[in-house]
Design a protein around this ligand. Structure first.
Ligand code: GDP
Ligand code: MG
Length: 440
């Protein structure tokens, strides 16, 4: 998608303020990216409306296209919407602070309970007790006990035959008596949203009055994420969301959906099966994933700098493949101007030092570089890609358009041919002098 998107966006290369047309064109692609990332349709709609409102009229940073500029705004808006919490778990309540973990079966509730308990113990030096209210699966309570041992956190002794509410009450009593700071209550989930699960969780909540109610949800959840989050929020009431399996290769659209429909913060994210694989929520990471185009975003971020690193990288890529058209030459010439002439250019592009003679022979100075750039500007995109098209009549047109002479155009074309030949030679070597260009 990234390639497809940047391809479309690259065509919009005018400078100035973003127009409604620019934003619409980019918004169509952004909409597709969001839907591909499994962001819910309603959420996508609201997001795009807001984007249009804020993007039109924004000044485009030099050296990026309007499309890329829109992407940067989209990225910022995503991060903003996803939000970050300074203080993931709120413990600002009388001890023991009850934390209720809810979610579908297999979402990672039990694992996350142990991860959070570990975090509170190690990082915040709290005394934590965990209790499993999962009376449905026989092995569930054992699972939590085993994880508790692994992280050095105590679990409530198992008493067969108790209801979830009874276990919750017993856990809080034990927490009070044992001088615990926090009691983590791990509930049973079902494979699908159903009334029985909701009723049970609501009942437990009523009994335990938890200070935090955390919805544990798999980052790979698709369009169901909205229903999931909305149902739990309406029926039980959430204080936050923990996103699990962020280490997987899902696009993470669920995060945006859940955040948008509940308004509740995503507090933490699980990034692996290991019990220390829990991190504070990084909205930028999820935003990159949803868009699937961190490269363009960082390009826009770097664009304020003199050198457009991404362009250089792309150019270098083409150069290495032995492609060097007049657009590339113009880019090189523009960079030479920006960098204050040949000296700076040499230091940036290791391979280009070998072209010193060609450039010197062409008698390049700032004034000439500017005329050369003007010549290339007067060509059509097709001519720039295929200089062989440039016969006499076209040259005349270009000379008139750029206020230059046909001889100058010929000199430029000759320089280009020599450079292109050299690029090809250098590019054909596996690790030739141009290899370093990619990192320039
Ligand atoms: P529960 O049914 O909601 O209690 O889910 P579990 O805690 O039993 O987790 C189900 C599976 O998901 C287990 O194999 C966990 O190791 C795994 N799991 C939980 N969180 C993560 C995570 O952040 N990343 C990965 N890769 N696996 C996870
Ligand atoms: Mg479980």
């Amino acid at each position: 998608l990234s390639d497809k998107l940047s391809g479309i966006l690259d065509r919009l290369t005018r400078r100035g303020a973003l127009t409604a047309g620019d934003v619409d064109a980019a918004a169509r692609e952004v909409r597709r990216a969001l839907l591909e990332a499994d962001v819910a349709l309603d959420v996508v709609r609201g997001f795009i409306d807001k984007l249009k409102e804020r993007a039109v009229g924004v000044e485009v940073i030099k050296s990026v296209t309007p499309g890329q500029m829109v992407v940067k705004i989209v990225h910022d808006q995503l991060i903003e919407t996803l939000g970050a919490t300074a203080d993931p778990i709120d413990l600002n309540a009388p001890s023991p602070v009850p934390i209720l973990m809810v979610g579908l079966q297999g979402s990672g509730k039990t694992t996350t309970s142990a991860k959070i308990a570990r975090r509170l113990t190690d990082l915040h030096k709290r005394k934590v007790l965990m209790a499993s209210l999962d009376t449905r699966r026989p092995a569930a309570m054992e699972q939590l006990a085993v994880l508790g041992q692994q992280v050095g956190v105590e679990t409530l002794p198992i008493v067969p035959g108790q209801t979830p509410v009874q276990i919750a009450r017993r856990a809080l009593d034990a927490g009070r008596l044992g001088g615990y700071d926090v009691v983590v209550l791990d509930t049973a989930g079902r494979t699908t949203l159903d009334e029985a699960m909701m009723a049970e969780v609501a009942e437990v909540k009523q009994a335990a009055q938890p200070h935090e109610v955390l919805l544990v949800a798999d980052a790979l959840t698709g369009q169901d994420a909205v229903n999931l989050a909305r149902s739990f929020n309406e029926r039980v009431g959430l204080t936050g969301i923990v996103l699990t399996r962020v280490d997987g290769d899902g696009r993470g659209g669920a995060a945006l959906s859940m955040r948008a429909v509940t308004g509740k913060p995503i507090k933490l994210m699980g990034v692996g099966e290991k019990l220390d694989a829990l991190e504070e929520f990084h909205p930028a990471r999820i935003a990159d994933r949803i868009l699937g185009m961190g490269d363009i975003v960082s390009l826009v971020e770097k664009a304020a700098a003199t050198i457009d690193a991404e362009k250089a990288r792309r150019t270098a890529e083409r150069l290495r493949k032995g492609q060097f058209n007049l657009d590339d030459l113009r880019e090189q010439l523009e960079q030479m101007l920006k960098m204050g002439g040949l000296g700076g250019m040499m230091s940036m592009l290791p391979g280009i030092a070998r072209m010193k003679n060609q450039i010197a022979a062409a008698n390049v100075d700032d004034r000439i570089i500017k005329r050369q750039i003007a010549i290339i500007h007067s060509m059509t995109p097709k001519e720039r890609r295929t200089p062989d098209l440039l016969k006499a009549s076209r040259k005349k047109r270009i000379a008139a358009g750029s206020g230059t002479k046909v001889e100058e155009i010929n000199r430029l074309l000759k320089m280009h041919r020599q450079m292109a030949d050299m690029m090809k030679q250098m590019g054909s070597g596996k690790r030739g002098p141009m290899a370093g260009l990619a990192n320039a």
